[in-house]
Write a protein that binds this ligand. Structure first.
Ligand code: RB5
Length: 153
């Protein structure tokens, strides 16, 4: 599995831990920044990961900012992205089982490295349940299509 990962300055420390954990799991990681603690704007990094996943250049993405909120808002602007801001093992697991989340968003200023590591492992290994949940994802796709059409009119 190829996983693209990025953060802003507020998520840098946790991102480095996440990169380490995902590599340790034997997955291929592409780290799209940020590389140092200088203040940056989270949309510039969130969009890189969202586009890489939406374009099929990566299987999954992980984003980290201070609260996770900004990265989640940005990533979900991209059609085909289902980014989930998770704070615990339950939400990380459910975001895969019910929502087939393709981007995990973490809050670098809220959760610690130990919990984040467990969440990442859970999220990368939990399959989508399909069934009635697929029907709901199809409805999200329909909404994306409707928005796309109204924008091109
Ligand atoms: C940066 O200070 C902070 O606003 C950002 O990391 C994030 O929390 C935004 O949602």
């Amino acid at each position: 599995m190829k996983v693209v990962i990025a953060s802003d300055h507020a998520g840098l420390q946790l991102k480095e831990e996440v990169v380490r954990v995902v590599r340790e799991m034997g997955e291929t990681v592409e780290d799209l920044g940020v590389a140092n603690g200088e203040s940056v704007d989270y949309p510039d990094y969130g969009i890189k990961v969202a586009e890489a996943v939406a374009d099929g250049k990566a299987d999954r993405g992980i984003l980290v900012c201070g609260t996770g909120i900004g990265m989640c808002i940005v990533a979900n602007k991209v059609a085909g992205i289902r980014a989930a801001l998770c704070h615990d093992l339950f939400t990380a697991r459910m975001s895969r089982m019910h929502n087939d989340a393709n981007i995990l968003v973490l809050a670098g200023r809220v959760i610690g490295p130990g919990l984040a590591a467990e969440m990442v492992k859970e999220w990368l290994t939990t399959p989508f349940e399909g069934g009635r949940h697929q029907k709901r994802l199809d409805k999200i796709k329909d909404i994306e299509e409707k928005v796309r059409k109204s924008c091109s009119n």
